[in-house]
Write a protein that binds this ligand. Structure first.
Ligand SMILES: C[S@@+](CC[C@H](N)C(=O)[O-])C[C@H]1O[C@@H](n2cnc3c(N)ncnc32)[C@H](O)[C@@H]1O
Length: 262
């Protein structure tokens, strides 16, 4: 799915992934000369500022499962003159031979993995002693926005978890749940930093384009073609009830950063 979204991912004029990446990097504090890994690098929201922070004496490696995401990000890096190593690899079981890393970042990825606990154990093994890891995941978003998401509900397979609205039973439903995953994998100094970011759209069509460019694309792909127009119309009607104080369409997204040390 992310392979199909690669061209437009983080590229339709809605700023969410870069602000999240900035918050994560502020906490991880990459230093010049360090060796760092970005797991699930997407289109480089973390990887590019990370590489700049590490400087010419450091080394940034980005991995992603989606080949087109990797190809587009490698091309963007070349255009930006950034010397980063971007390659296809599985976050669940990374096959990297450049360990140890001083730090591992992973923004909005861990909840997509089939076995996040096993992935964290594998990431810990890639870190040098004292190395830092930091991830971002979604916390709650504006309750009013749920009526928009609800237009997809009749079509979603039961096992399709929405990472923005994790069930209470999921480890991603609370700070403690995510922290427990880290402790279970052997990390220490586990802590959470929480914040909220505004997600706003110029108009309804921008919302529509955005939903196809991000993980929510899976929801559209679950709606039979002949129902698309009706679902889109239902969503557009509901967007009228989701305006901020300035009359802009959007919602506020809770962001959870989980930080730890090997
Ligand atoms: C929501 S995007 C986040 C991308 C980027 N970190 C950012 O903040 O913009 C999730 C990314 O995780 C990647 N991904 C999903 N499952 C993966 C896996 N098993 N191994 C590596 N990457 C994976 C997707 O291809 C996608 O690029």
């Amino acid at each position: 799915m992310f392979d199909r979204a690669a061209e437009t991912y983080d590229n339709v004029g809605v700023d969410l992934f870069r602000p999240v990446a900035d918050l994560l990097l502020t906490e991880l504090a990459p230093q010049p000369g360090e060796h760092a890994l970005d797991v699930g690098c997407g289109r480089g929201a973390v990887l590019f500022p990370l590489a700049r922070a590490l400087g010419p004496t450091g080394r940034a490696v980005g991995i992603d499962l989606a080949p087109r995401m990797v190809a587009a990000t490698a091309a963007d890096a070349a255009v930006a003159g950034l010397d980063v190593d971007v390659r296809v690899d599985d976050a669940q079981e990374p096959a990297l031979d450049e360990a140890p890393f001083d730090l591992i970042a992973s923004s909005l990825v861990l909840f997509f993995l089939p076995d996040p606990a096993t992935a964290l154990t594998a990431w810990r093994a890639l870190l040098a002693p004292g190395g830092r890891v930091g991830i971002s995941t979604f916390a709650d978003h504006s309750p009013a926005w749920r009526v928009v998401d609800a237009v997809f509900a009749p079509y979603l397979p039961q096992q399709m978890a929405d990472p923005r609205t994790q069930a209470a039973a999921s480890p991603f439903g609370s700070d403690e749940g995510v922290e427990a995953l880290f402790r279970g994998a052997g990390f220490t100094d586990v802590r959470t930093v929480s914040t909220t970011l505004p997600v706003r759209f110029e108009d309804k069509d921008q919302w529509y384009a955005w939903t196809w460019s991000v993980g929510q694309r899976r929801m559209w792909e679950s709606v039979p073609e002949e129902h698309h127009a009706a679902v889109r119309a239902a969503a557009y009607e509901r967007l009228d009830d989701c305006l901020d104080d300035d009359g802009r369409i959007g919602f506020d997204q809770g962001i959870r950063l989980t930080l730890a040390t090997r």
